[in-house]
Write a new protein. Structure first.
Length: 332
């Protein structure tokens, strides 16, 4: 197989030690039974999630719902399912569970505060959605060139801890007090960070093969019933994989504006945009049969997409820590 199509670099071997050992695709390419990056749901998680998805579909009046992935935590893991509505635009809703799939709750929308604060925090999720993060401490350089922690921030933290203790014991100031308690500043919760991470991962990794959907002259997005899968040669080219979300790339939007009366099969953003600063953000592996292709994200380790050449069988999912590989550009 041509090395140009393989795209397997030393980076992929560092991020995925078992990458070279993959012999063939798991029989289930996506969904609850899928094997993603060597990981899968336990039997209990599968049974609970299947039951919960049926309830969600009825209670939330959803047209479809599917398993999205699992974000690993230090105390508990988050299981994520996704519902998608496709008409003139693509709208997605996510639901999370940290009790093994027994109950699922809708993930809140990401606001500007969450977008601003979430990138500042790194490290494992705990599995506690109510956890509130503390702002990273600012470092001050003294006259000797040594770093010191800001004393004002330490005092603020002590006051916050005292306020939390008062809230728990009920000994805080009442509304009739002479010195009412100042309004607390909003702090990022783990659930808000989870919502932001899911959105970021999906924006970069919602992969579909080219030709699966088309845009009509009236602007409707429809599934191509005649799609029979990618050919052997097509399945080995990164350019034949698109992102299943509303297009954002300037070149893609320009193509849509020039849309004529014919159906457009090239209206989604490329998986690797032409304008990207560095393009080696995915590794592509073909198994010994030459028919099964596996794509893995190097930017979001944990996402994996499987496709069978000449068949309409494909699928992907995420099993990881919900963290972006910010060092990738230095590893390439």
């Amino acid at each position: 197989i041509n090395a140009e199509y393989m795209g397997v670099s030393t980076v992929s071997s560092l991020l995925f030690p078992s990458f070279q050992k993959t012999k063939s695709l798991n029989m289930s390419l996506s969904g609850i039974d899928a094997n993603i990056c060597g990981q899968h749901l336990s039997t209990a998680e599968k049974l609970s999630t299947r039951n919960s998805m049926k309830k969600l579909k009825v209670n939330e009046n959803l047209t479809n719902i599917e398993f999205w992935g699992k974000i690993l935590g230090s105390q508990a893991d988050y299981l994520i399912v996704q519902s998608t509505i496709v008409n003139t635009t693509i709208t997605k809703a996510y639901y999370w569970s940290n009790d093994g799939g027994v109950t699922y709750t809708k993930v809140a929308e990401v606001d500007e505060f969450v977008k601003e604060k979430s990138p500042k925090f790194r490290g494992l999720f705990t599995g506690n959605p109510a956890l509130k993060y503390k702002e990273p401490k600012k470092k001050i350089v003294n006259e000797d060139g040594e770093e010191e922690e800001d004393e004002e921030e330490e005092e603020e933290e002590e006051e916050e801890e005292e306020e939390e203790e008062d809230d728990q014991t009920g000994e805080g100031e009442t509304e009739d007090s002479e010195h009412p308690r100042p309004k607390k500043e909003r702090r990022l919760t783990e659930l808000e960070r989870l919502s932001w991470s899911i959105q970021q991962i999906d924006q970069s990794c919602c992969v579909v093969p080219k030709g699966l959907y088309y845009l009509t002259a009236t602007g409707d997005i429809l599934k191509n019933s005649a799609f029979q899968g990618l050919s052997v040669e097509e399945s080995r080219k990164i350019s034949n994989y698109l992102l299943f979300r509303n297009p954002q790339d300037i070149k893609t939007l320009a193509k849509i504006r020039k849309l004529g009366v014919a159906n457009n099969f090239d209206f989604f953003d490329l998986m690797v945009p032409e304008s990207a600063n560095f393009k080696d953000t995915w590794s592509l592996h073909v198994d010994e049969s030459g028919l099964n292709v596996t794509l893995r994200s190097l930017l979001w380790p944990g996402y994996e997409f499987h496709v069978e050449a000449c068949e309409s069988r494909f699928g992907g999912g995420y099993f990881g820590y919900g963290e972006k590989n910010s060092d990738l550009m230095f590893m390439l």
